[in-house]
Design a binder for this molecule. Structure first.
Ligand code: GAP
Length: 463
C-alpha cells in the first residue's frame, strides 16, 4: 500500500495542539490552573463559568443514560472520606501503587510502566536505552534506580487523636461506596439481579506523572456504575456494557474514527479484574483511555464480607441459594470526558476576517445553548432582547451580549460552542420576528417571536 493510501485509512487526531486548548480554556473561562496567583498548585484545576456548565452537562448526560433511562440502575452518593478498613479489604492499601524509578543523575522521577509504554515520547522523544538495553532517563539519559512501589492514595487522619484508628483515605475510586452499601441498597430497593448502583463524584490519586492538562490530575471526577449480575452471565453483561458505553460517546458527537475499544492484555489487568476493555480516544498525543469497563468478578463483595464479617450475599429466589454476585463496572472520567469533548469539538476555518474558531459541541454538551444579541444598545431594542432573554433563561443556559459588532459577537459564541444565536434587530420592532443563526452552517432564519420558544425547543431538545 502506498503511504498516501495508508494515510487515508489512518484515523487522525483533532487538528489542535494542547497549547491551543489550554489557552482557549483559560481565556474563555472553561478551566485553568488552580491557586494560580500563588504560582499554581500541583496538577489541580479550577473550572470557570463555562467549565462548570460543561461538566454539569457531561454528568447529566451520563446520569440520564446510565440511571434515569433504565429501570435496573439506582443512584448513590457515598462519602469521599473512608476508613482504612475499607481500603485494606479492597486491596488498595497493598496493591494500588505504581512502580517508580528515579534518575540517579537529574533526580527526575518516572513511572516504569509509562516508560515501557513510551508514554513520555511526545515530550522527550523515543524511549532511550543504554548498551545493556536498559531504559535510561528520558530527560538526561542517566541511569535509573530499581523500581519502588508508591501508593497512590491520599492518606489523612480524622478526629483529634492521631493513632491507627484515625487513619482515613480520600477515595481513589467511587466504586467502593457501591460495594460496601450493596446489601443496604438491595434491601431498601428490593432489587433482583441484574441491577446496578451508580455514582458520580470526586476521586483522588497522588499521580506521579499527572499531565496533558486535565487528562490526568490528582483530583478528578468519576462516573462509575457497578452492575451486579449472576455468576455465569458476567461475560454477556461485560460485552453489553462495552457496547452501551461506546455508543454513548458516539451519541454525543465524538468522531467515530477517533474512538476504539481495546481489551487489556493479561499483564495489564488491575488486581481485581478478570477482563477489562477500554474505550480509547485518539488524543493529540496518541491513543488514551477514556473509560474502562471491567469484569471485577465477585472480588470486592467477597473481600468486604470477609473483612467486615457481614453477609454480602444475595438470595436467589429461583435456585433458593445464596450467591455472591459478579460485577461489571463501566468507569468513566467526567473531567477527562469534558476535555475530550473540547478537543474533539475544536475546529478552525478561514473566513473573511482571518480564522473562525468553532467548538462544534453536540447541542446537549454545549455550555451555553442560546446567545441573545441585540443589534444596538438602544432602548426599544434592548427591552425586547431582555424580555426574550428572561423567557429563554427558564429553559436553557443563555448569554446576553450587546457589546461590539455583531460579527465579533458571533465569533465569540462560535469559540465557546453556542449552537444558536438569536439576533434582535430594528426590524424586529416592526415584524415581531428575530433571526436564529446556527453555529456550524451559519445559516440564518427569520422566526416570529411567538414561535421562537418552540423553534428553539425543536432544535435543542435531545431525544
Ligand atoms: N473503579 C475503576 C477505576 O477507577 P480507572 O481506569 O482507574 O478505573 C476510571 O479509572 C476512569 O477514571 C478512567 O478511564 C479515567 O477516565 C478516569 N481517571 C482515572 N484516573 C484519573 C486521573 N488521575 N485524572 C483524571 N481522570 C482519571
Amino acid at each position: 500500500m502506498s503511504s498516501d493510501n495508508a494515510d487515508i485509512t489512518q484515523p487522525k487526531a483533532a487538528n489542535v495542539t494542547m497549547d491551543t486548548i489550554v489557552s482557549l480554556c483559560k481565556r474563555r473561562g472553561f478551566v485553568f490552573q488552580s491557586s494560580e496567583i500563588y504560582g499554581g498548585f500541583g496538577s489541580t484545576y479550577d473550572y470557570g463559568p463555562l467549565g462548570v456548565e460543561l461538566l454539569r452537562n457531561v454528568r447529566n448526560l451520563w446520569w440520564r443514560s446510565v440511571v434515569q433511562e433504565r429501570d435496573d440502575v439506582v443512584g448513590l452518593e457515598a462519602s469521599i472520606l473512608g476508613p482504612e478498613a475499607v481500603y485494606v479489604a479492597s486491596g488498595h492499601v497493598t496493591n494500588f501503587s505504581d512502580p517508580l524509578v528515579d534518575c540517579k543523575q537529574c533526580k527526575m522521577r518516572w513511572r516504569l510502566d509509562h516508560l515501557d509504554e513510551g508514554q513520555y515520547e511526545t515530550q522527550y522523544g523515543p524511549t532511550k536505552r543504554n548498551k545493556e538495553g536498559q531504559i535510561v532517563c528520558p530527560n538526561c539519559a542517566g541511569e535509573l534506580t530499581e523500581p519502588r512501589k508508591f501508593n497512590l492514595m491520599f492518606k489523612t487522619g480524622i478526629g483529634v487523636i492521631e493513632d491507627e484508628s484515625s487513619i482515613a483515605y480520600l477515595r481513589p475510586e467511587t466504586a467502593q461506596g457501591m460495594f460496601i452499601n450493596f446489601s443496604t441498597i438491595q434491601t431498601a430497593t428490593r432489587r433482583k439481579l441484574p441491577f446496578g448502583i451508580a455514582q458520580i463524584g470526586k476521586s483522588f490519586r497522588n499521580e506521579i506523572t499527572p499531565g496533558n492538562f486535565v487528562f490526568r490530575t490528582r483530583e478528578f471526577e468519576q462516573a462509575e456504575m457497578e452492575f451486579f449480575v449472576k455468576p455465569g452471565t458476567d461475560d454477556h453483561w461485560h460485552e453489553y456494557w462495552v457496547k452501551e458505553r461506546h455508543e454513548w460517546y458516539l451519541r454525543y458527537g465524538l468522531t467515530p474514527e477517533r474512538l476504539r475499544i481495546r481489551p487489556h492484555g493479561k499483564e495489564e489487568l488491575s488486581f481485581y479484574s478478570k477482563a477489562t476493555s477500554d474505550v480509547e480516544y485518539l488524543f493529540p498525543w496518541g491513543w488514551g483511555e477514556l473509560e474502562g469497563i471491567a469484569n471485577r468478578t465477585n472480588y470486592d463483595l467477597t473481600q468486604h464480607a470477609k473483612h467486615s464479617g457481614k453477609d454480602l450475599s444475595y438470595f436467589d429466589e429461583e435456585t433458593k441459594e445464596h450467591i455472591v454476585p459478579f460485577v461489571i463496572e463501566p468507569a468513566a472520567g467526567i473531567t477527562r470526558t469534558a476535555l475530550t469533548f473540547l478537543i474533539d469539538a475544536y475546529d478552525e476555518e478561514p473566513d473573511k476576517d482571518g480564522t473562525r474558531v468553532v467548538l462544534r459541541f453536540h447541542k446537549s454538551v454545549a455550555p451555553i445553548k442560546v446567545a441573545i444579541l441585540p443589534l444596538s444598545k438602544k432602548e426599544p431594542l434592548i427591552n425586547l432582547a431582555h424580555q426574550l432573554e428572561k423567557k429563554l433563561r427558564k429553559h436553557w443556559t443563555i448569554q446576553y451580549d450587546e457589546t461590539q459588532a455583531i460579527g465579533r459577537r458571533y465569533r465569540r459564541q462560535d469559540e465557546i460552542g453556542t449552537p444558536f444565536c438569536v439576533t434582535v434587530d430594528f426590524e424586529s420592532l416592526e415584524d415581531n420576528a428575530v433571526t436564529i443563526r446556527e453555529r456550524d452552517s451559519m445559516a440564518q432564519v427569520r422566526i416570529a417571536i411567538p414561535e421562537l420558544l418552540d423553534a428553539l425547543k425543536e432544535r435543542l431538545n435531545d431525544d
